[in-house]
Design a protein around this ligand. Structure first.
Ligand code: HEM
Length: 488
């Protein structure tokens, strides 16, 4: 062991100046890194581990993304360690997960003013610069206003019949085949087909198949490194986007020249040509938002349908009561008649089942925003540039907000909820534009499934699909249908 007197030490330093400087620096940096890595940083009132500069807790985050516990596991683990409020750092950005109704209100009611949505470059490029997702406030208002045509009462009434017909035929076919099928695949395909038919009247292969493939590639490559190198995911997504641009651009041109006419959303957009500027969209705005509507509506609605089947399969009491309501609606209608908006209005228990599914399913787990300046959220100080993620999942599972939160209990919605306590569709100026279409699609689905069939859950595996920002089962929730009258 080295044993030096004071003089000896001075002599050693003089003789080994370089080595000593390096050693002191190394010890200093190591202890600094250790401190940032190991400490639970309370400096600004929010506990949490920011970890190493830039990387922070990125490895843990991406390992949760890649696991079958799902990405929310990352949040749950930190909440257990640090408490309800915590902060973390992922890829150079500080994130705070906001767990309260008050926090949700502060953020979502001040969207665009004190908080903004920030997309990663790859996502922005694939949905397009003129998508409602990415445009600034003023343009957002105009685009949102014009797009609401697609969700008018008359458009939704038409959607009910169309979707019901499609669904009834496909379920009937599946039941007759006697085969097991994955609810996720089924619901994804039918939501896509119904939306594309309503938006632009494409119902025929091979164009439908081409659009489906390109939308899949865009969606699958939305979170990728933005490098245009052949073979890379971003390249594939951007190429698919170019193709969609061409296909939708061609359709717009044919509608304008009168070569093609259909009574659909695209036609209503083209017919706005003579309207004032704030009442219409440019061709590129139409294209970017057609892509956006399909992306925003398909996977979310499909996942919600899957969770509905899963939760109902596990709650016989709820299923029986729901089925009774749906059969009573059927009994009032002529045999084989399609559902109407009035029928949906009679599904009061069905509607609560849909809400409870969305509360527990948490299709979008949290809503990310960035703070535009230093501010206080629910008594907690947050700095400019931090991500403040409205943690909808935490609010939906908070026992102080929803009693016995892990129980699938639609009757809890007999009571009126506090504002900002039910967030599956967000809130404020960015509330889901497709909220009514999603509810309608789910009610029709619930009606046909429970009023027409019994089913068995063919794989009870409750692990989640990897690498998904929308929560769904890894198994795809396979079921086998049996017509109700046969099973009785
Ligand atoms: C169960 C199904 C659905 C769920 C759970 C859902 C959820 C959401 C949520 C939470 C937001 C807000 C995101 C945020 O604040 O960061 C949102 C926005 C949006 N959703 Fe949905 N959505 C569903 C279905 C649909 C459908 C069917 C459509 C269209 C056909 C659609 C179109 C949109 C659009 C365009 C926005 C952006 C609104 C804006 O920024 O102004 N969604 N959705």
């Amino acid at each position: 062991m080295l044993n030096l007197s004071k003089e000896g030490l001075i002599l050693f330093v003089q003789n080994h100046y370089g080595i000593t400087i390096v050693a002191v620096l190394a010890i200093g940096i190591t202890s600094l890194l250790w401190k940032t890595w190991d400490s639970s940083d309370h400096e600004d009132g929010i506990p949490g581990r920011l970890g190493l500069p830039f990387m922070g807790e990125s490895f843990s985050f991406f390992s949760a993304v890649n696991s079958t516990n799902g990405v929310y596991d990352f949040v749950e683990k930190r909440r257990k360690r640090h408490g309800k409020w915590f902060k973390t750092r992922v890829l150079g950005r500080t994130h705070v997960f906001v767990p309260s109704i008050e926090g949700a209100k502060t953020i979502l009611a001040n969207d665009f003013v004190h908080f903004n949505k920030l997309y990663v470059r790859s996502m922005e490029d694939t949905v397009g610069a003129l998508s409602i997702f990415t445009v600034p406030h003023k343009i957002h208002n105009r685009i949102r206003h014009v797009l609401s045509d697609f969700f008018s009462m008359s458009a939704l009434s038409m959607f009910v019949g169309k979707f019901d017909k499609m669904l009834s035929e496909r379920l009937d076919k599946l039941e007759k085949s006697g085969k097991s099928f994955k609810v996720t695949d089924f619901s994804s395909k039918i939501t896509f087909d119904a939306m594309v038919s309503m938006l632009m009247s494409v119902t025929e292969d091979p164009l439908l198949a081409q659009i489906e493939k390109d939308i899949f590639d865009v969606s699958d490559n939305m979170l990728s490194i933005p490098l245009m190198i052949p073979g890379m995911r971003y390249y594939k997504g951007m190429k698919a986007r170019e193709k969609l641009n061409e296909i939708f651009g061609g359709m717009i041109a044919r509608r304008r020249s009168g070569e093609e006419y259909f009574d659909d959303f695209l036609q209503s957009m083209v017919e706005r040509d003579s309207y004032p500027d704030d009442e219409k969209l440019s061709d590129q705005e139409i294209i970017d938002n057609l892509i956006t509507l399909i992306l925003a509506g398909q996977t979310t609605t499909a996942a919600a349908m899957m969770w509905c089947v899963k939760f109902l399969s596990e709650s016989t009491e709820v299923l029986d009561r729901l089925r009774e309501e749906q059969l009573s609606i059927d009994r009032k209608k002529p045999e084989g008649a399609l559902l109407t908006m009035e029928d949906l209005n009679d599904m009061s228990y069905g509607f609560k089942v849909v809400k409870e599914t969305l509360r527990m399913g948490n299709v979008l787990m949290w809503l990310p925003r960035v703070a535009n300046h230093d501010c206080i959220i629910d008594g907690v100080q947050v700095k400019k540039g931090w991500f403040v993620n409205v943690d909808a999942t935490c609010v939906h599972y908070d026992p102080d907000v929803y009693k016995d939160p892990t129980r699938f209990n639609p009757s809890r919605f007999d009571d009126i909820q506090k504002p900002y306590s039910f967030l599956p569709f967000g809130a404020g100026p960015r509330t889901c534009l497709g909220i009514n279409m999603a509810k309608v699609a789910m009610l029709v689905f619930v009606h046909r499934m429970t009023g027409g069939y019994k089913w068995t859950l063919d794989n009870p595996d409750s692990r989640l699909a990897k690498k998904q920002h929308i929560s769904r089962l890894r198994s795809g929730c396979p079921i086998t249908l049996k017509a109700l009258n046969k099973g009785k």
